[in-house]
Design a binder for this molecule. Sequence first.
Ligand SMILES: N[C@@H](CCC[C@H](N)C(=O)O)C(=O)O
Length: 281
Amino acid sequence: MRFTKGHGTSNDFVLLPDPDGELELTPALVAALCDRRKGIGGDGVIRVVRSAKHPEAAGLAGEAEWFMDYHNSDGSIAEMCGNGLRVFVRYLLEKGLATPGPSGLPVATRAGVLVTVVGAGTISARMTTPRVYAGSTATLGHLTVPGLAVDCGNPHLVCGLHDGVELSALDLTRAPSHDPKVFPAGVNVEFVEPAEPLAGVDRHVRMRVHERGSGETQSCGTGALAVGAVALREAGLATGSVAVDVLGGRVLVTCDADGAWWLEGPAVLVADGDVDPAAVL
Ligand SMILES: N[C@@H](CCC[C@H](N)C(=O)O)C(=O)O
């Protein structure tokens, strides 16, 4: 089985080319491929499949040729992955599978068709509009932090740190507990603290994330989008840009004058190879 390894700000993925949707991608195989000792290692697996060849995307084939079939490292399926989408586009471009049109390159995801734009070293994705819809809390040991629930196509809980609690001191080796009534399908939890003012952006923050289905990761694009939406909202800004520093680098979230939300950051492919599924399972 061919694979490519790639990452966006160290949120890393195993990409599997499967243009005709022939691969039997079980949760066990996904988890085995993502195993950092016995497999290739990754926060998730992305199957690269033609929309027309995947039952969940066939209806979108007229709008987007390719479907990002995203799986978390525990084998669960997620609706959307912002960094994965940008890495997916890098893969399509480098393998000569797609060429952006004048208005960008559309990609089918479980959150709908999203347009991406290739920049100098970065890829931007026009994301679904983040929807802040409830207050809730996350609990880490003895620490309970209030936050806001944000729907970015997938579920997020954005928790701002206060009272001298430092982002670097948090133990995210275990999942923060959350309210299953607010998040019946689980949640990605972002912890945020302000960072020093940065020229060219309206807000600058630092974030760590515990991802549903993957644990603590070095970065999360949809998580950054949720954090950016909350930061602009708290600043009373309807539009603007937020630099979000994650463990793996920096991504930029922008809500432009048209009300379109963009996620921009690097997307890199690092290796191609072959893997025998029987050897990792
Ligand atoms: N890292 C991704 C999000 C991946 C999916 C998430 N773990 C979920 O289950 O919703 C990103 O960059 O957005």
